[in-house]
Design a protein around this ligand. Structure first.
Ligand code: SF4
Ligand code: SF4
Length: 66
């Protein structure tokens, strides 16, 4: 199973990754990052490593591990 790592302090809170994950594996954090927004966080689960989240992130803040 694949997993992703989101650089929380790069995240600007656009949530494109959340909308585009076909498996609904990314959610909004309850805490603010250094940019003052609630970053996206990987919630775990059955990540296929499809790469959609990393592809749509405008700040290149997501890395996929297969
Ligand atoms: S797409 Fe990138 S910048 Fe937008 S919420 Fe997801 S991790 Fe943050
Ligand atoms: S790689 Fe695909 S399945 Fe895994 S979190 Fe990103 S969009 Fe979702």
């Amino acid at each position: 199973m694949a997993k992703i790592k989101i650089n929380k302090d790069k995240c600007k809170g656009c949530y494109l990754c959340i909308v585009n994950c076909p498996n609904g594996l990314i959610k909004v954090s309850g805490e603010l990052n250094i940019r003052g927004v609630k970053p996206a966080v990987f919630s775990g689960g059955k990540c296929t490593g499809c790469g959609m989240c990393a592809l749509v992130c405008p700040d290149c803040g997501i890395v996929i591990y297969k």
